[in-house]
Each structure stands twice: as C-alpha cells, then as structure tokens.
Design a protein around this ligand. Structure first.
Ligand code: G4P
Length: 288
C-alpha cells in the first residue's frame, strides 16, 4: 500500500492536472476525499463516468452542484467516448487558466501533462484506452517515472496523458457504503453475500421517486416489500430452483445485480446532491 502510494505520488508530481474519476450514480461515495487530500496537491477536475447508467436529470443536478463548489465536472460514458480531442483541449485550457490565475508570467513551453485516478472499476482503463485510440503515437518517457509509464499524445501533442492510471482505495464509511460500492462493482462481489447486496439495491430503488423501478424485470406489479421475499418471488417466477424445488435466492440476487449493473433495469442515480446541512455533517465526519 505504502509502495503504491509512493509510486502514485511520484507520478502525480509530474503532471499539471489530475482527473479524478467518480461514478455518476454515486458521485460522492465513489471518491476517497482523505486520500485525495493526502496525494493530490495540485489542480484537479472531476469526471463522472458511467453517466449513461445514471439518471439524466440527476446528472444535470450533480453537475451544477459540483460546479457551485468550484469543481468542474464532465459527465461521460467513457466506453463510448465520442470527442476525446475536445476533452483534452478543455483540460489544457483548465491548466493554462489555473496558471494565469496563480500569476504565472511565462507561457508554458511544453505540453500540458495529465493523469487519471479513481477507485477500482470506475472506468480508468476504459477512458485511457478511448483517449488513446486515435493517439497511438507515444512520447518518450520523462525522467522520474518508471519505465512502464508511458505518455500518450492528445490534442495534437499539446497534452500528454500518463497511460498508467492511479488506483485510489475506497474509504468505507460503514456497511451501507460497502454495499453501495459492491453494487456498483467497485468492490469485488466475493467479499459480500450477493443476497445482501441485491437487497440493498432493491431497498435503494424503492426509495426513488419512481412508481415501479422493477418494471423491466417483467415480474408483475405486486412485488414483496421485503428484499428476501422479493428475490424468492423473482427466483420462482424465473424458474431458478434448487434441487427439491425451493427458490434459489442466490441465483436471483446474482441475476438481479447483473441486470442492475448493465442498466437493464433502467438508469438510476443512487445518491442525491447533499443539502447544506448534510454537507456540513459529511465534512465534520471527514475531519474526525
Ligand atoms: P478501472 O480501470 O477503473 O478498474 O475500470 P475499467 O476501465 O476496467 O472499467 C470497469 C468496467 O466498467 C468495464 O466493464 C468497463 O467496460 C465498464 N465501463 C467503463 N466506463 C464505462 C461507462 O462510461 N459506461 C458503462 N456503461 N460502462 C463503463 P467490465 O464488464 O468489467 O468489462 P467489459 O465488459 O467492458 O470487458
């Protein structure tokens, strides 16, 4: 862990801008503020990835919320990124504007250097690969970075991206947070019972202002409130049976999670932008 942090610090020291990836379905819970504060002492911008799987209206709310906090945020579907060069141009402008604001008098005579970081499975490699597609030309290594780190030319050579993204570890607040990150795929499934994780998602979806968030499952309207009974009903109606004819709740939970993660149930955001009071509480908790 310490070795990984040291390597990340070294890489971070070489860049002008850090792009922090979060999941648009839970943009705060997929950050690690403590690690960010410790490691990232330079300008950053947020990318809320997997925006295609989140609720579009909620994406707009979150974007305004972050921008009010002075954190420019792009909502992306990295897997189908359409205009990487425009993004790279924007990142460059952010860096140049920041330099101006800090009173830099001389123009930057080299390309702007950037790096992508985020918790596991947030889409870092996908984004790097999409950015790389049309920019196969790699530039020479810079001193101080291990040989495995390469730089990828973007925006016609005006931006260089470190092709090895940095992994930030999730900072878990409590069991609910762990279940949320497992549901979103940031924590491997094998550490938590899938029935618990699916139950958590069922409960969360029921809290959304949507009449029937489970309509796409085609299980009918009358689904039990209790998550365990919900999964039993799903197993029975889908013919997921154990020897002896009992419903396989585990199979139902795994199928449910697969559908949820693929967006087959619909596009849901599981976290709302906090109102001022909640935010103050979060900050207090963070600082404790
Ligand atoms: P990481 O480097 O941060 O660990 O994440 P990675 O890029 O490997 O992405 C994790 C999973 O998320 C991959 O799916 C990837 O395709 C998917 N993904 C990344 N960005 C987006 C996005 O914006 N929208 C959607 N819908 N999915 C995204 P996978 O199932 O693990 O692999 P595969 O099916 O792509 O092979």
């Amino acid at each position: 862990m310490l070795k990984a942090e040291k390597a990340m610090k070294e890489a971070l020291s070489l860049v002008d801008l850090v792009l922090i990836l979060v999941d648009a379905r839970a943009p705060l819970s997929t950050r690690n503020p403590r690690l960010e504060r410790r490691l990232i002492q330079k300008p950053h911008a947020l990318i809320a990835n997997k925006a295609d799987l989140a609720n579009a209206a909620q994406n707009r709310k979150w974007k305004s919320w972050f921008e009010e906090k002075g954190e420019p945020t792009d909502f992306l579907d990295a897997a189908h990124l359409r205009h990487p060069e425009l993004l790279a141009e924007r990142w460059r402008e952010l860096v140049l504007r920041g330099r101006e604001e800090r009173g830099a008098t001389r123009p930057l005579m080299r390309p702007v250097r950037i790096m992508i970081v985020g918790i596991p499975n947030i889409g870092k490699s996908t984004l790097v690969n999409r950015l790389r597609v049309k920019n196969v030309a790699k530039v020479a290594n810079h001193p101080g970075v291990t040989r495995s780190n390469q730089w990828v030319n973007l925006a016609g050579g005006k931006v260089e991206l470190l092709d090895t993204p940095g992994v930030l570890w999730p900072q878990l607040r409590d069991k609910e947070h762990e279940l949320l990150l497992t549901a979103l795929g940031n924590i491997p499934d094998d550490t938590t019972d899938p029935v618990l994780t699916a139950g958590f998602v069922i409960h969360r979806l029921r809290q959304l202002p949507i009449r029937n968030p489970f309509r796409a499952l085609n299980l009918g309207d009358e689904l039990p409130e209790d998550p365990q009974e919900f999964l039993e009903t799903m197993a029975l109606r889908r013919g997921m049976l154990l020897p002896g004819g009992k419903p396989s709740v585990v199979n139902a939970a795994q199928g449910f999670l697969k559908d949820f993660r693929a967006g087959a149930l619909g596009y849901f955001t599981l976290e709302n932008p906090p109102v001022a009071k909640e935010m103050a509480e979060t900050v207090t908790q963070e600082e404790e």
